[in-house]
Design a protein. Structure first.
Length: 167
């Protein structure tokens, strides 16, 4: 949250969705109310796709940037992103994760373990079937136009089936 406060671009809102966690973040979110336009929502655990879609239905903006709770943004991230969205007329974007230059060796190793092609399907997902791999859901964004035209945009196929979205 501190890296959001420190953004050079200040024209954004934060929608924080707590998806069934027993360690609630409402008190943490309230500490940032004087520095950010922030709204906190709690829902029983439904999965990250449902949580992110719910967040986008609550948001007021025209473009949604998806961030996980452990993301630390560079100071000009939103400014550079806004410029690229406007100049390139983007409706969606995605990109790789990268460790900050000032990360310790331990932080860099953790970043590699969480994002490397060699480890994400194994360490994070413990998947024997790579077709069930679920990419990390941040470093991406989508316009309201795309979200509203797709509806259940960020719900992985397994979540759709188990929740009955596919009937």
């Amino acid at each position: 949250m501190t890296s959001l406060v420190d953004q050079s671009c200040k024209d954004f809102e934060v929608i924080l969705i707590e998806d069934g966690s027993t360690l609630k973040a409402d008190l943490v979110a309230s500490k940032f109310k004087s520095d950010l336009i922030i709204r906190y929502f709690f829902q029983e655990n439904q999965g990250q796709g449902f949580a992110r879609n719910f967040g986008m239905t609550q948001a007021k903006g025209d473009f949604f940037v998806i961030l996980d709770s452990d993301v630390i943004l560079p100071k000009d991230y939103l400014l550079v992103l806004e410029s690229a969205i406007i100049s390139r007329k983007l409706d969606a974007f995605g990109g790789p994760d990268a460790a900050a230059p000032d990360f310790s060796n331990l932080q860099k190793a953790m970043d590699f373990a969480m994002t490397s092609f060699w480890t994400t399907g194994g360490i994070r997902g413990k998947l024997k079937d790579p077709s069930k791999y679920q990419a990390r859901g941040f470093n991406m964004g989508v316009s309201r136009k795309v979200f509203e035209s797709w509806g259940d945009l960020l719900i992985p196929i397994e979540e759709k089936i188990s929740s009955g979205v596919f009937g």
